[in-house]
Design a protein around this ligand. Structure first.
Ligand SMILES: O=C(O)CCC(=O)C(=O)O
Length: 245
């Protein structure tokens, strides 16, 4: 079997809690996802059930559009390169019992200048006996500081989770975090970054004239996905604050 990752990359992920993989997708593949993404944003594919503004704002313009589980509406996505290759890398990082839990789209609209607050993904999830979890965030547009590329706090996944609170109007969860001591990950379209479920991260707002579109897959052990489903959790959009710690 062909491995996509080097041993050193896996070691980097384990130590730092994130890993950049350049050129996961070809320019042609990025074009495919770009067209599809725009169909979702323009409601040509009706995702209204799974769509919300992560900023918590209720205005006419969505600042941070979040569309959960796009592959439920378009199952063919599961067979396409992003899902297939991010799954393979997730397995190389965390083990061969890992599978897709959910996917999502997060877009920052032009000139909306709204941060995604510092948080750890574990704060969104029910507590799991097996804590292995990894997300893959692929840039569909160039992701730069000015439009809201991701920032990570290295090694933060090695500590107990921080206390989170929910921002207004069922907006995103947030905790304490800082750009100082964190790493800014600018990406070309088609390049991606993996982060552990415990890694502290955030993004600045989009102060540019263009969209900042990202497609995200999230992976965890098959047995933990089954446990989540037993508990009624399918990541279609509900947002709950987990107990502290
Ligand atoms: O795209 C963003 O600004 C935030 C993404 C995020 O928090 C995540 O993928 O876990």
């Amino acid at each position: 079997m062909v491995h996509l990752l080097l041993k050193l990359q896996k070691q980097f992920f384990e130590a730092e809690g994130y890993l950049v993989v350049e050129n996961l997708l070809t320019p042609e593949e990025v074009d495919y996802y770009s067209t599809l993404y725009n169909s979702f944003l323009a409601n040509k594919i009706d995702a209204s059930r799974y769509r919300s503004d992560l900023s918590g704002a209720n205005g006419e313009i969505e600042k941070i559009t979040q569309i959960m589980v796009p592959s439920r509406l378009l199952p063919e996505l599961l067979e396409k390169p992003f899902h297939q290759q991010s799954l393979q890398i997730a397995r190389e990082l965390l083990g061969y019992d890992i599978n897709l839990d959910f996917d999502m789209m997060i877009n920052k609209a032009p000139y909306t200048n709204t941060i995604t607050p510092w948080h750890q993904d574990v704060a969104y999830w029910t507590d799991m006996p097996d804590k292995r979890a990894v997300s893959c965030w692929v840039a569909i547009d160039p992701a730069i500081k000015e439009n809201g590329c991701m920032w990570y706090t290295p090694k933060s996944h090695l500590h107990p989770p921080l206390t989170h609170v929910q921002t207004a109007n069922k907006g995103a969860l947030k905790c304490e975090g800082s750009e100082a001591g964190s790493v800014c990950v600018e990406l070309k379209p088609g390049s991606c970054v993996f982060h552990h479920g415990g890694t502290l991260h955030y993004s600045r707002g989009n102060s540019t004239a263009n969209h900042r579109r990202a497609l995200i897959t999230n992976f965890r052990p098959v047995s933990m996905i089954a446990l989540e489903r037993e508990r009624g959790i399918d990541h279609t959009g509900e947002r709950k604050v987990k107990a502290d710690g």
